[in-house]
Ligand binder design. Structure first.
Ligand code: SF4
Ligand code: SF4
Ligand code: SF4
Length: 376
């Protein structure tokens, strides 16, 4: 039995924001039923019981959306009680939540701190960048409200990290964003390239991120991070941490950097289980919690087909010197050929230019981090 990690969407695709680049709204709109309803406590109990039965060593629950706080604080209070009820000796339970921060108040922050929830907060830098895309349904920006949540989380000593979406504009403004994050003393950062709608040609959306922009972004964020590292100031940037760790001989912890898909157990509001947050689509439904054991879903024909599609290595990658670390990126960014075959990553040029231009510095960073770890 493995360590189990479950992603739960307790509020399905419902959200109190209407971000322009919201990939989940698009994914949900590609299903027969875009809103699957709020996850019931009965279903949540079944999720916890099934996960605990399957897990060995550790069992992680990551709540996300839509906006997962819309399920209400009561829901989570019941969740932690259920986790206690089903806890098995030798299995550690971890909870995390990815939120837009709009609902976060004193009561939420106290709860997160008390139950050691790791909070991921979505924030795209200073107001003028964040408010371009992260808006309320009336079009107003959400930056001021999110910054209020930052203060509340700080006040209650909640562990949190920042998730910033990389659009074309954000990529071009990375100096400004990084300086802003530094000024706020954020220590844990994640930068995720925006996703464009499924089945739509790239480049039509105003937030489009080109391969060239992403390549420049990767170099600039690395340089900013590396300058700080050399001064003895370590900031965690998830994708860079993964590359450094891979160069030390470890497997990446981020699925999108491992070169192939894995089954992640994403649970929708009706208990439906899917293999990846990016593919919560009818064709990839693995089953329903409580109807089939997770183990059976992981071994199902649909799961096998999903993983297998990511195994193809294009000829360009086979011959590419940076393939051991690049691995053709996340499958969601790979181009789909006529006939459905999955090919080269859309950001190939970005990865190639980053790894070839910053190879020496990456190894220097590995050395600095190893020295740092030795001195801790
Ligand atoms: S907060 Fe997240 S789920 Fe809500 S609209 Fe924005 S990107 Fe989508
Ligand atoms: S699409 Fe990307 S994130 Fe999803 S399972 Fe595949 S590699 Fe992982
Ligand atoms: S840089 Fe391009 S060719 Fe090389 S491994 Fe990455 S995606 Fe493949």
């Amino acid at each position: 039995m493995p360590a189990v990690s479950i992603l739960i969407k307790p509020a399905s695709s419902a959200c109190n924001l209407q971000c322009k680049y919201c990939f989940y709204r698009d994914v949900a709109n590609h299903r027969e039923k875009s809103y699957e309803g709020m996850l019931s406590l009965e279903m949540m109990e079944t999720v916890i019981a099934s996960a605990m039965e399957y897990a060995e060593g550790s069992c992680s629950f990551a709540f996300q959306g839509g906006e997962p706080t819309l399920a209400g604080l009561d829901f989570y209070q019941r969740v932690v009680k259920l986790e206690e009820r089903y806890r098995r000796p030798g299995v550690e339970i971890h909870n995390a939540i990815q939120t837009n921060g709009i609902c976060v108040d004193k009561a939420w922050a106290e709860f997160f701190a008390k139950h050691h929830f790791l909070v991921g907060l979505s924030l795209d830098g200073p107001a003028e960048l964040h408010d371009r895309n992260r808006t309320f349904p009336d079009g107003k920006g959400s930056w001021s409200r999110v910054m209020r949540s930052v203060q509340i989380l700080e006040k209650f000593h909640v562990d949190y990290n920042i998730l910033c979406v990389v659009t074309g504009k954000n990529a071009r403004s990375i100096q400004k964003i990084y300086q802003f994050f530094k000024k706020q003393r954020f220590q844990w950062l994640q930068f995720i390239p925006c996703l464009e709608p499924l089945d739509q040609q790239r480049g039509l959306e105003p937030y489009h991120l080109s391969a060239e922009e992403y390549g420049d972004f990767l170099i600039q964020i690395f340089d900013l991070w590396f300058q700080d590292l050399k001064k003895g100031h370590y900031v965690s940037v998830r994708h860079i941490d993964n590359w450094v760790s891979m160069l030390m001989g470890n497997p990446p912890e981020a699925c999108n950097m491992s070169g192939r898909c894995s089954i992640q157990f994403v649970i929708e509001g009706d208990g439906g289980v899917y293999p990846c947050d990016f593919y919560v689509l009818d064709e990839w439904r693995l089953g329903t919690v409580g109807k089939q054991p997770l183990e059976e879903m992981e071994r199902s024909e649909v799961a096998r087909r999903f993983v297998e599609q990511s195994h193809r290595v294009p000829q360009r990658c086979k011959e590419c010197p940076v393939c051991p670390i690049c691995r053709n990126g996340c499958r969601r960014d790979r181009e789909v050929l006529e006939g459905g075959e999955i090919d080269l990553n859309y950001y190939c040029q970005a990865y190639f230019s980053f790894f070839t231009q910053r190879k020496r510095e990456l190894y220097q960073a590995v050395q600095l981090i190893l020295n740092r770890q030795r001195n801790l």
